[in-house]
Design a protein around this ligand. Sequence first.
Ligand code: UD1
Length: 417
Amino acid sequence: MDKIRIRGGIPLKGSVRVHGAKNAVLPLMAAAILAEDACVLHNVPCLHDVFTMDKLLSCTGLVIDFTGRYMTLDPANINTPEAPYEWVRKMRASFFVLGPLLARFGRARVSLPGGCAIGTRPVDIHIKGLEALGAKITIEDGYVVAEGPLHGGDYTLDFPSVGATENLMMAACRGKNFTRIMNAAREPEIEDLARFLNAMGAQISGAGTDMICVAGVDTLHGAEHVVLPDRIEAGTFLIAGVATGGDVTVLNANPEHLSGLSEKLREAGALVEVHGGHVRAAAPDGIKGVDITTLVYPGFATDLQAQMMALLTCASGVSRIKETVFENRFMQAAELTRMGADIDLDGNTVIVRGVPALSGAPVMASDLRASAALVIAGLMAKRGETAISRVYHIDRGYERIEERFASLGADIERVRE
Ligand code: UD1
């Protein structure tokens, strides 16, 4: 298994281009199930999760060609409304195929995903929502078996779940239905999905607000779409720039999607500048502690919480981080402590007391964003070497992370074992 080895203490300097968003491309790929002819996606990131979705969709008969950052998805021979456990267990986003399969075939059989390192992560909101729209749902041998037809209607989500909003939006697209999804998630990736579906001929309005209206149509055709930039990847590079006392610019970002992070970085004393689609962050005078509460968009993203925790380990003063979206998302805390951080856990809150410096250590990646935090901590460490094992977690959501940090001046390499 590969490791990432880092000798830290070097301020990162320069610019790095942001790729297409993982959390946008996965539902976009699932949406191609709904089309009658081929769809094309541009700016597709080269990530393990994208390959997993590719394999899963191939099981349905969808034919995918992925070359460079360009992907075609041809549904001409799609014939199997099923998502096997083999792929769903690898990635929860696989569950996003339930809505489009049901809309296209009138029935679907999709494995239940189960929990993961950051919590039990149930899918009850997806299921209750589809039932409210008319689906008959049973659980058989670990699979969700859904039968249509859907009649549409109003549904208010118990919690603005990103995945459930996307699943319901895709399920509601086809047929003679009118659907209103209330308390919908407002993440930019949902707007991106609605843009793609509308380009395919869907009638969706309100995406990006808490009420999404979907008027069903008989068929959807193929469409081309450019995947929006990854705000979490962009945020990770900006935090790393600040954390190392450097000066980093992310290119091809959407600054509006980074405003929650930019405000927090400024509050901590960093300089954050926006020039068109480029965002620059630097911390010439060091960082002071801040309090963070993760929230649904447009609040502070839970997917940037771990990286901020790494940054705050060396801030002056005390920071409090409260996680309200996931139940168990502090996996990085124990590893950061091994690198010299002073962190106390108290339920869904951690207290981080700033220390003068971290030191390198062998650490273990546990989930995607916790792994990114360990990379940042390794880059910050003033002494010793950090060796991060289980880097397959990082490869799920960051493309060649070591090469991109190296391009900013970091002493970082992948060691193949
Ligand atoms: C998506 C993102 C993930 C991000 C998360 C929150 C993708 C591929 N992943 O995940 O990176 O961290 O949004 O911004 O887009 N919940 C339920 N029942 C449900 C559904 C969700 O209780 O039926 C709970 C979850 O356990 C979690 C919370 O709601 O505690 C948020 O989950 P959700 O918004 O659904 O996240 P995902 O779509 O899985």
